[in-house]
Design a protein. Structure first.
Length: 173
């Protein structure tokens, strides 16, 4: 989904990373969880904080602040995990996105969304589908299918597979 495809009113879940407000299409959101214990997986990128057990499924958790070049997310009463579905190269993956806080679900009309600026931002713009304008604030609308490269998701998937194999070995023992 690029900026040019935003032609109708859509609902977005807004969340905060540091002092910035981000949004993602609610269709990508499976659920929102309170911050829970995250099991670290060795030899993964810094932005991958580890995995959680979500009703018997291993779900990788990524620190969105680290992914975007910010400082590590600190646990507070508002810290949460936004469980999303992303599609890379035709494959669907479930990922937990660590955020400082979830704000609200909002609707944005196409005329409230501008293209992402090409310069002057601390993050790359290819995974920003647009800049929403609401109540005098800018909201960075993320294209969740472009936030992670296929190589990054391959590393995350590999860690997931290694953990699943380890669980199976423990069950068999």
């Amino acid at each position: 989904m690029g900026f040019t495809t935003i032609t109708d009113t859509r609902q977005y879940l807004t969340f905060k990373l540091a002092d910035e407000i981000f949004a993602l299409d609610v269709a990508k959101v499976r659920e929102i969880l309170d911050f829970t214990t995250v099991t670290k997986v060795p030899q993964t990128p810094d932005f991958m904080r580890g995995v959680i057990n979500l009703r018997g499924n291993v779900v990788p958790v990524v620190d969105m602040r680290l992914k975007f070049g910010m400082t590590m997310t600190e646990k507070t009463v508002n810290t949460c995990i936004i469980v999303t579905e992303v599609t890379i190269n035709g494959e669907t993956a479930v990922i937990g996105d660590l955020a400082d806080s979830v704000q609200e679900v909002i609707e944005l009309e196409p005329d409230q969304i501008e293209p992402a600026p090409k310069i002057g931002m601390s993050i790359r713009t290819e995974f920003i589908s647009g800049m929403g304008k609401r109540n005098g604030e800018f909201i960075m609308i993320l294209d969740m299918d472009r936030v992670f490269s296929s190589e990054e998701l391959a590393v995350v998937q590999d860690a997931h597979d290694r953990l699943r194999e380890r669980e199976e070995e423990l069950v068999e023992a």
